[in-house]
Design a protein around this ligand. Structure first.
Ligand SMILES: [Zn+2]
Length: 354
């Protein structure tokens, strides 16, 4: 496995100019003279997002510009919420939205200010559970990526956008096993530092990637799209750094996810399919380890439109679950209910046209 930190692929995230070593191991842009400090084994290349691309009217609700987020208020509880017991789902909405708005005020329309020093509790059962789920996910990712890549052209460079740290390391491990060299970017410093065990990594914004056009054979985009205020802008950036013919592997929570332990949830799901206005409101925050994140969810139709607008050809879009039991044996046989109610994540493989 390649270790250390290769900076040869890096470009200025503001203007894409070439970067040169300057004093104190910092990088300086030869074109715009911006400085990017060294943080020891990696660089701080995090800059504000690029301006958002235009959203078509039917996707405008997916874009959360700064003023829109600051003006947002928690929605009132509806009769449907009471019927389906959604109160728990929205518990803390007001407090979480407040925390998110404070971050946006302080750090602009990015999550860096809050998330920079996030640490996972590696002793918690939730951390171990997530790690096992990620290992199942990693196998399914590689099955798709390798299935779409002729044997002679496997390997190359993969960029993990929102690379995450040790909780996600099952994914870069599988890529390395298949012959790929891992590069990662994240807004969380501790995650960047942990990812350096798997390859190269930098602190950077998914909406302003510090790489030249057409640098990567694969962009791995798992559990990141839902955290972006500008998801189309994020995908446009991913496509920019993908070589023509390269693959984008995307995983993001599905809008339709239901609570299988509650019979009423199946009725809720069925009604939501038939009458979209009865669906639960779009989640805009989620908490993990005491931190409040921006978090939204997508329908299959929205994802297809976003991927197409970003210029990608969609090879597959499936609903997947990642059950830790699958590590030790065949997946639990999908029941009819499971098949009729896709409750997991959207798993999409797409190609940048040659
Ligand atoms: Zn520059």
């Amino acid at each position: 496995m390649t270790r250390g930190n290769d900076t040869s692929l890096l470009r200025c995230p503001r203007c894409l100019g070439a970067l040169e070593e300057s004093a104190g191991n910092a990088l300086r842009c030869a074109a715009c003279a911006a400085d990017y400090p060294s943080l020891g084994r990696y660089h701080d290349l995090f800059v504000e997002s690029r301006p958002a691309p235009p959203y078509p009217a039917e996707l405008a609700h997916l874009h959360f510009p700064r003023e829109g987020l600051l003006a947002m208020t928690p929605p009132p509880e509806t009769a449907w919420d009471r019927l389906f017991g959604r109160r728990d789902f929205n518990r803390g909405w007001e407090r979480d939205l407040q925390a998110l708005q404070d971050t946006v005020r302080q750090a602009g329309c990015c999550e860096r200010g809050r998330a920079e020093f996030m640490k996972d509790d590696e002793a918690s059962p939730a951390f171990e559970h997530q790690r096992r789920e990620v290992r199942v996910k990693a196998r399914k990712i590689m099955r798709r990526v390798l299935g779409a890549t002729p044997a002679g052209s496997r390997g190359g460079l993969v960029l993990h956008v929102g690379c995450g740290g040790r909780c996600n390391d099952g994914i870069p491990v599988e890529y390395a096993r298949a012959g790929y060299v891992n590069h990662g970017v994240d807004a969380v410093r501790s995650y960047v530092e942990e990812f350096l065990d798997q390859g190269h990594a930098q602190l950077a914004n998914a909406l302003a990637l510090p790489y030249a056009d057409a640098s990567f054979d694969v962009v791995n985009y798992t559990d990141i799209l839902e955290h972006l205020f500008d998801p189309l802008g994020g995908l446009v950036e991913a496509v920019r750094v993908l070589r023509p013919g390269g693959l984008l592997m995307l995983d993001t929570p599905g809008y339709a996810s239901i609570d299988r332990s509650r019979a009423l949830s199946y009725l809720e799901y069925a009604l939501g399919r038939a009458f979209p206005a009865t669906r639960r409101r779009r989640l805009v925050t989620a908490s993990w380890d005491g931190q409040t994140f921006f978090h939204t969810e997508f329908t299959a139709r929205e994802l297809r439109r976003l991927l197409s607008l970003a210029g990608l050809d969609i090879l597959s879009l499936d609903n997947e679950t990642f059950h830790p039991a699958e590590l030790d044996g065949p997946p639990p046989r999908p029941s009819l209910l499971r098949r009729l109610t896709p409750a997991g994540s959207w798993f999409a493989l797409a190609r940048r046209p040659s």
